[in-house]
Design a protein around this ligand. Structure first.
Ligand SMILES: Cc1cc2nc3c(=O)[nH]c(=O)nc-3n(C[C@H](O)[C@H](O)[C@H](O)COP(=O)(O)OP(=O)(O)OC[C@H]3O[C@@H](n4cnc5c(N)ncnc54)[C@H](O)[C@@H]3O)c2cc1C
Ligand code: SF4
Length: 332
């Protein structure tokens, strides 16, 4: 057991001040990712800052945004009627994550910052550039069925595991942050970093900076959205591949489209080529098929994960059809 200090934060300022004074401090929310990593000797915090008493567990409408506090649990968010009405894809992504027990504990902020499930990363005896810079990437020449086909580098090919992050990318969500320099906002696409030459850096938060809120805007594509997750078993399993789709359709024509994939990218991966092929086209089978075909454009699969490219095209087509069918149903 490593010695560590424990501090229960009394305010945002207290949390940030305490974290900034100790480079190896870690915030703890639900602890469902931090504690297993700590037990496995992968995380080594010397100071734990409990943020669970901070007032960050509200869900409320703020102007045209739906604001979700970073400490809202995954189960609270998944059962919130406003979120279901405004962005079904987020609710579906949450319900497809982990298990009811984990969702009761785990928070939205913690979910976005969870670390990769790459098994080389989580076992100290194996080489991993993300855990120990310069030690090599065990997965590149080893087992990489679960790994990414987009955004990889010669240093790391780990997929990002969050389902929520994929749905938030489609929702065009923003994050409210609070750190040593005060408050700032970023788009959700600006939070996570692809590995490039520095796989040990997962995100763009400053040391001691907290996520305080997730802001989901009102938009046609959020109301008409869907999340589809493919995994090795029907529950309690991370995504082999997932896709979130949001479409704005008027008079039978696709006016806006946002599509992103999970389990295939080192970060949640926006499928821009599919979106471009859909916008301005009739909301009909032919256009959906053409768009879905482009889902695997620029994919760089390896031996064990080559199947993901085809799976992604098929899942994208299915998710697009689901959104279209929901729209037809809601008009009849
Ligand atoms: C068995 C199991 C199965 C799972 N399956 C899935 C799945 O299918 N899909 C999926 O998406 N996830 C899955 N997860 C991951 C799970 O959703 C995350 O562990 C959880 O959401 C993390 O939230 P937490 O509050 O417990 O975070 P913690 O473990 O407390 O924190 C995680 C990290 O985030 C930091 N942190 C937490 N909150 C904040 C904040 N507000 N601001 C800044 N930093 C913060 C912590 O310092 C830590 O580094 C699974 C987890 C388990 C254990
Ligand atoms: S894929 Fe990334 S996390 Fe996995 S072993 Fe390689 S460097 Fe480590």
């Amino acid at each position: 057991m490593q010695p560590f200090q424990f501090h229960r934060a009394a305010s945002l300022q207290d949390a940030v001040r305490t974290a900034s004074s100790q480079p190896t401090a870690a915030f703890i929310a639900g602890g469902s990712d931090l504690l297993p990593l700590w037990k496995a000797d992968v995380a080594h915090p010397t100071m734990i800052i409990d943020i669970t008493q901070l007032p960050l567990a509200l869900v409320e409408l703020r102007g045209s945004d739906l604001a979700l506090g970073a400490l809202v649990t995954m189960s609270t968010a998944a059962s919130h009627p406003l979120l279901l009405e405004r962005c079904p894809a987020i609710v579906q992504a949450l319900l497809a994550s982990a298990s009811p027990q984990v969702r009761n504990l785990a928070t939205l902020g913690g979910n976005l910052l969870q670390r990769t499930r790459c098994s080389y990363f989580r076992h100290r005896a194996l080489p991993c550039n993300k855990r120990e810079p310069g030690s090599g990437c065990g997965a590149l020449q080893g087992e990489h069925r679960q790994h990414a086909i987009f955004g990889t580098s010669n240093h790391c090919i780990a997929a990002h595991a969050s389902d929520l992050a994929v749905a938030l990318l489609v929702a065009d969500a923003r994050l409210r942050l609070y750190g040593p320099a005060g408050e700032r906002h970023i788009h959700v696409s600006e939070l996570l970093l692809p590995p490039a030459a520095q796989p040990h850096r997962d995100h763009t938060l400053e040391p001691g900076e907290l996520i305080t809120e997730i802001l989901v805007p009102e938009a046609p594509w959020t109301r008409r959205s869907h999340y589809l997750k493919m995994r090795d078993r029907a529950a309690f399993e991370f995504a082999l591949m997932s896709v979130a789709v949001g479409l704005g359709i008027e008079d039978g024509v696709v006016r806006s489209a946002r599509i992103a994939a999970g389990g295939v990218g080192t970060v949640p991966w926006r499928l821009g080529a599919c979106e471009s092929l859909l916008i301005g086209q009739p909301a009909a089978s032919d256009s959906l098929a053409r768009a879905a075909q482009a889902a695997a454009e620029h994919a760089a699969p390896l031996t064990h994960n080559a199947f993901k490219a085809t799976l992604l095209q098929r899942a994208t087509l299915r998710a697009l059809h689901t959104v279209l069918a929901d729209q037809i149903e809601s008009r009849s």
